[in-house]
Ligand binder design. Structure first.
Ligand code: CP
Length: 306
């Protein structure tokens, strides 16, 4: 049974095909309006979410399907101690496909091993968030028209930011991509992620100074400091406003810069940036629905359920 746990579960060719399908859905929504009639998506969210859960649910409705939803850990039998494996076996009896978010790294993998329907990782702890990456890639394709040859700056919490880990993994497969890693010392990209870049000879630099590197960037991917992953509040309070993007800080930026953020934002992008034509983060939100429609279609087709 094909599931999606890491973005690397998809080949570059499959990602291209998903993006092409998403673009066709954008152009021809009526063609897909009945594609999942009679099928059910279960969204199992054991951690808070606005975009991912609602975009999955909107995606399934726009494909003509239905949705079963667990929107918090305390509203399911997980609160009584039920295991992820038993939850997955149970929900497989009711739904054709599952999207799961969980605070524990690896929980969607365990679910996929025990489910009899496809499981999609909708974010596991500080580990991975492959469908956010698909939304990011669709956004980059629509904004830049390509993936190769781009200089991508990641700024903020690169230690705990699962969207950063997944997008670096995905972009590292395209030629001539270069990464600029901008973070406080305490929130640097984990060594195991950098080791992969080193093994593949992919150029990257690390810095604490956003302004110094701003003119080089084709994409600036801002992230929030992940309060929920900190062991103590003091450290979070000290680091949370390390980077706040304001209009004056874009003075040296390229005119064709794309400013991205997986959202939610807290304080790291001023609302005054929202009206700048370079701001792409609400485009990412909308693209997230279309690419999740494409993914649901792909996995249900491969499972023989549509
Ligand atoms: N980008 C993202 O995962 O947002 P939510 O936490 O609101 O789902």
């Amino acid at each position: 049974m094909r599931s999606l746990i890491s973005i690397l579960d998809l080949s570059v060719q499959e990602i291209d095909e998903l993006i092409d399908t998403a673009c066709d859905i954008i152009e021809n929504p009526a063609k897909y309006a009945e594609a999942c009639r009679g099928r059910k998506l279960a969204t199992l969210f054991f951690e808070p979410s606005t975009r991912t859960r609602l975009s999955f649910e909107a995606a399934m409705y726009e494909l003509g399907g239905n949705v079963l939803s667990v929107s918090s850990a305390d509203s399911s039998s997980a609160a009584k101690g039920e295991s992820v494996a038993d939850t997955a076996k149970t929900v497989s009896c009711y739904a054709d496909i599952i999207a799961m978010r969980h605070p524990k790294e690896g929980a969607p993998y365990v679910a996929a091993k025990n489910a009899s329907v496809p499981v999609i990782n909708a974010g596991d702890g500080g580990h991975n968030h492959p469908t956010q990456t698909l939304a990011d890639l669709l956004t980059i394709r629509r904004e830049k028209g390509r993936f190769d040859g781009l200089t991508v700056g990641f700024c903020g919490d690169l230690k705990f930011g699962r969207t950063v880990h997944s997008l670096i993994g995905a972009m590292a497969r395209y030629p001539d991509v270069r990464f600029v890693l901008i973070s406080p010392e305490e929130l640097k990209l984990p060594s195991y992620e950098k080791d992969v870049l080193k093994q593949k000879n992919i150029p990257y630099v690390q810095t604490t100074d956003l302004m110094e590197v701003m003119p080089e960037l084709d994409i600036l991917y801002m992230t929030r400091v992940q309060r929920e992953r900190f062991f103590n509040e003091e450290d979070y309070l000290r680091l949370k406003d390390s980077y706040v993007l304001e209009p004056k800080k874009l003075a040296a930026a390229r005119q064709d810069l794309s400013i991205m953020h997986p959202l939610p934002r807290v304080n790291e992008i001023s609302v005054a940036i929202d009206s700048d034509p370079r701001a792409c983060y609400f485009k990412q939100v909308l693209n997230g629905k279309y690419i999740r429609m494409a993914l649901i279609l792909k996995l249900l087709k491969e499972a023989g359920r549509i």
